[in-house]
Design a binder for this molecule. Structure first.
Ligand code: NAD
Length: 420
């Protein structure tokens, strides 16, 4: 009998027959979801000789939910994601003029999914705009609940904006608003807890996967208390909670001051040899330059929401993967995780059997890894590698491959199954 995943003493307990709720998704969701599920089922069957199995449990959201129930996000869907801990979703139409600003945001907020995890790697065969895409191998931990994206803003000309301006000028003594009467305002909350839990998750991920470093990407040079706080709180937490499993940049600087540069360099190299995680930081604009110049120096990235948005898309573009990038929203404390296709519903190509299912498929790979079912995850990744390397892909990728052969969505899925 299939069972639920539970979180016990900080560990995810995953039964061999597990129920995973899924939202099919609107538009191309009806094509990519069944194809991905068939590949995942075949990989799990092959990796564990039928001893493990996923029972997919459909829950509704988006247009399909609205047409069936009158609600864009029925309560049963939220209950299923809450109860079963781990789920996956296809793209959803954003309701226009409805009560919900975005279904994705609603899911993230309700389950407090504070990490947006985006792994970025290159698949040989995929065309990219950079010379050495194989050097890009990063895991972006983007903060999901705070920052300027928290949605605290007031539109220019409204009584709220006027009230906020009055508070700023009269009570807080702010004199720097250049055009007070015509300004909209936004607030950027960044907390100690929010910063620590995101950076903690990034360090734990690096430790678990034997990755060399965690880089805190921030704009603390300008936004000293929010972005600067994020960096300082992160370093302090890393030293306090992870002790000698990490070596931080402030520790390096301290050694340099006390014992000179040679001693600091020697300590850094010793820490690297001992497999300690190096915790460093870089200003966001310099980071974006460095991703092009020295991408091999970065592994796990921890960053706030707005920076994370830019960083995710730039890195995905560098590996030619903007259309196939996977993603997940995770709360590592409760175990809740929602894996997702990162593209939209692509209404212009829906129903034509040409959509690329790789974003949802790679998100399924992340899901399998999250469950600890790594053997099945690896089978799928390797099948994709083989397929792209031989130029076989859906049209969106195949058209840019020198040896490209375009396959339909279903045929591409079938071929991947034969490659498992
Ligand atoms: P989109 O990602 O749906 O499409 C942009 C372009 O990329 C289109 O030309 C489309 O054909 C192409 N494309 C996207 N995914 C593809 C794939 N897997 N294979 C091949 N080609 C692909 O973005 P949009 O047009 O801005 O948005 C359409 C709808 O999707 C909107 O309602 C939007 O709100 C929603 N949306 C949802 C999500 C989500 O649920 N995560 C994300 C983005 C947009």
């Amino acid at each position: 009998m299939s069972e639920k995943i539970i979180k016990q003493n900080g560990e995810l307990i995953v039964p061999h027959h597990v129920i995973i709720p899924f939202i099919e998704g609107d538009g191309v969701g009806a094509e990519i979801t069944p194809v991905s599920q068939r590949i995942v089922d075949a990989a799990v069957e092959k990796a564990y000789n039928g001893e493990r199995k996923i029972e997919w449990k459909e829950v509704l959201a988006g247009e399909k939910a609205f047409n069936a129930t009158g609600s864009w996000l029925p309560e049963e869907t939220m209950t299923a994601f809450r109860e079963y801990l781990v789920g996956i979703k296809g793209p959803l139409t954003t309701p226009i003029g409805g009560g919900i600003r975005s279904l994705n945001v609603a899911l993230r907020q309700t389950l407090d999914l504070f990490v947006c995890l985006r792994p970025v790697r290159w698949f040989k065969g995929v065309e990219t705009p950079v010379k050495e895409p194989q050097k890009v191998d990063m895991y972006i931990f983007r903060e999901n609940t705070e920052d300027i994206y928290a949605g605290i803003e007031w539109q220019q000309g409204t009584p709220e904006a006027k009230k906020f301006l009055k508070f700023l000028t009269e009570e807080m003594g702010v004199t720097k608003v250049r055009f007070p009467e015509t300004s909209s305002f936004g607030v950027k909350p960044v907390s100690i807890e929010g910063s620590e839990r995101l950076i903690r998750a990034a360090i734990e991920y690096a430790l678990k996967h034997n990755l060399p470093s965690v880089t805190i990407v921030h704009k603390g040079n300008i936004m000293k208390f929010t972005e600067g706080g994020f960096k300082l709180w992160g370093y302090a937490m890393a030293e306090r909670e992870f002790g000698d499993r990490v070596f931080t940049w402030p520790q390096y600087e301290q050694l340099k001051k006390e014992q000179g540069e040679e001693a600091a360099k020697a300590a850094l190299s010793k820490a690297e040899k001992e497999g300690k995680i190096i915790i460093k930081d870089v200003i966001a604009d310099a980071f974006l330059q460095n991703t092009l110049l020295i991408p091999e120096e970065y592994s796990v990235i921890a960053t706030l929401n707005l920076n994370g948005d830019y960083v995710s898309d730039q890195l995905a573009a560098m590996v030619g993967g903007i259309g196939i990038a996977p993603g997940a929203n995770i709360n590592y404390n409760t175990g809740h995780a929602v894996f997702e296709a990162t593209h939209g519903t692509a209404p212009n190509i829906a129903g034509k059997n040409i959509v690329n299912p790789s974003s949802l498929l790679l998100s399924s790979v992340m899901l399998l890894e999250y469950l600890g079912w790594n053997a099945a995850a690896t089978l799928i990744t390797e099948a994709l590698e083989k397929s792209f390397q031989s130029g076989k892909a859906t049209h969106d990728l195949a058209r840019f491959m020198p040896n490209g052969t375009s396959l339909g969505t279903k045929e591409f899925g079938q071929m991947l199954i034969t490659l498992l």
